[in-house]
Design a binder for this molecule. Sequence first.
Ligand SMILES: Nc1ncnc2c1ncn2[C@@H]1O[C@H](COP(=O)(O)OP(=O)(O)O)[C@@H](O)[C@H]1O
Ligand SMILES: [Mg+2]
Length: 180
Amino acid sequence: MDARGNVITRSEEETRQLGALIAQCLPRPSVIGLMGTLGSGKTRLVQGIAHGCGVREAAVISPTFVLIHEYPGDVPVFHFDVYRLKDVAEFLDLGPEEYFQRPGISVIEWADRVEEYLPPHRLIVEIEVVSESDRCFLFRPQGQEYEKAVDQIIEMWRRAAGDPMRKLVGKDCPNSREEG
Ligand SMILES: Nc1ncnc2c1ncn2[C@@H]1O[C@H](COP(=O)(O)OP(=O)(O)O)[C@@H](O)[C@H]1O
Ligand SMILES: [Mg+2]
């Protein structure tokens, strides 16, 4: 799975802005899998995505005791967090495929745990903690419509006014190893 590019955010507010931009550019329906350690910013990104979909932001939290939250908005958001998943059957019992086909945006935190059950066309976002305030978001789109969306996200992010660090966009995150 090839990385299409990355962007760096320098605060949680920038991560929310990135989420809103992702929501704006992605096809409907779409499926986004988030991968990254605890505290990398997955839920902050979901908050931005939800904001971009017209969901009241206060509604968005980490779904601790349930595996899925559904947020009504201009575009509905289906927020999965499989951190506490006992086994894959528990995930499949939710009927994820039905959510994935509904005309909204499905976002899955800890997507590496259920990656093989995601649709073949999806966007994987790997989040790397660069420093206390900086996060690197690496985009791995699968399928042409997602590749186009990622190109648009990166282009719009790069063009956004303000912090020149935003121009630091490349193929890999600072700490990622070279892949063969
Ligand atoms: N650039 C950034 N983007 C997102 N979160 C950041 C950033 N810099 C620092 N943080 C902090 O990192 C934490 C991310 O938390 P959260 O989004 O809940 O992570 P996760 O869902 O991946 O466990 C928050 O405490 C947030 O304030
Ligand atoms: Mg979280």
